[in-house]
Design a protein around this ligand. Sequence first.
Ligand SMILES: *Cc1c(COP(=O)(O)O)cnc(C)c1O
Length: 367
Amino acid sequence: MAANIPFVDLTRQHQVISKELESAMKGVLDSGCFVQGLQLEAFEQEFAAYCEVAHCVGVGNGLDALALLLRAYGIGPGDEVIVPTNTFIATWLAVTAVGATIVPVEPDERAHNLSPALIEAHITPRTRCVMPVHLYGQPADMDPIMALADRHGLVVIEDNAQAQGALYKGRPTGSLGHAAATSFYPGKNLGALGDGGAVVTSDPAIAGRVRMLRNYGSEKKYDHQALGCNSRLDEIQAAVLRVKLRQLGEWNKERRAIAARYDYLLGGLHVIRPSVPESVTPVWHLYVIRSEHRDALQAHLRDQGIQTIIHYPVPPHQQACYASQMPGNSYPLTECLCSEVLSLPMYPGLTEAEQHRVALSIASFRH
Ligand SMILES: *Cc1c(COP(=O)(O)O)cnc(C)c1O
C-alpha cells in the first residue's frame, strides 16, 4: 500500500529553506531583542511593498488584524458590517468583537465570493463597512464592490488571510480595498511558525491607529492615548516571515501548477471543479471541488489513504455561538455549499504522482 497523502505537509516547504530559517531564528536569539525590533520593521516594509501599499502593521494574528482595523475606522455598536455567509468564523468574530452588527450576505455560487449584486440589497443607513473575503485564495470581484462602497460612503476591508499574492486585474490583494487584514497562521500561503497577522493600507492615519492600538494604545512608552490591546508580531516570527516571503512567489506558482494539473486530471469526472473568473489570478490556498455525494467520496478517499478537509462543514450562522442570536436565519446556498465542498491536498511539495493517485481514487468512486 502506498504512503498516505496528508491534506497538508508543511515540512516539505520548510526542508527547502531550513538553513535560512535556522539562521534567521539564531539571528534573533543573538540580537537579544524579541518584540518590536528591527526584524518587524523590515518585514513590515517588505510586506507592504509586496502588497503594493504604503503601510503594513504586524499584529498577533488574523482575527486581531480584522478587529483592529474595524476599531481604527471607528466602527462599533450600532454600525452594520456586511460579511460573507460562507467564511471562516474569524471574519464574523471580528465584527462581534467591536460590538458592531453582522449582516451576512450569500456568495456567488461559482466564485464562492461575495457578489456585488447581492451586497447592494443589504445596504441600510447604518451600513459602515463591507468585508469581502478572498476565499480559497481567489480574489473577490473588487471593482464593483469599491464602486458600490464609493456610492454609499462605505469602508472596504479585505479579509486577505487566504490570498497573499493573488491578483485581481493585475493588482495584488491587500491593495484593492481601503485596508486589508491577513493571517500568518502556519497553514496559510505565507505562514509563520506560530501565530501572526498583519494589517496593510495606504492610509497613514489608519496604519498609525492600528500601530497604537496593537501596543497598549501607546505611541510613546507609558503614554496611553486609547484603550489598546497587546497584539504584536514578534521578532522570531517576523524574521521567519522575511525568509518565507522571498519564497512566496515560487510557492504560489507551484500551487497554480498543482491546480492546473488537478483541473486536467479531474476533467470529465463527476465532481465540480473550481471556476476561476478571467479577471483573477488565484493563489490556490485551497483546491475545493464539489460533489453531491461528498461525505461518501471523502470516506472513499480516506480508505485509500488520502486525507481531505471540508472548508467549512458548518457555516457561522449555524454555529452555537451565533445560532441563538439569529434564529430563523437561513442561507440555502451556503448550507448547500457546506454539504458539497471538499478540499483536496494542496501545498508546495505535493508530487505529480500523488495528484495522480488522488485523481484515480476520485475516478474509482461509486456511490
Ligand atoms: C485564517 C483566517 C482568519 C484568521 O486568522 P488567524 O490568524 O487564525 O486569527 C480570518 N479569516 C479567514 C478567511 C481565514 O482563513
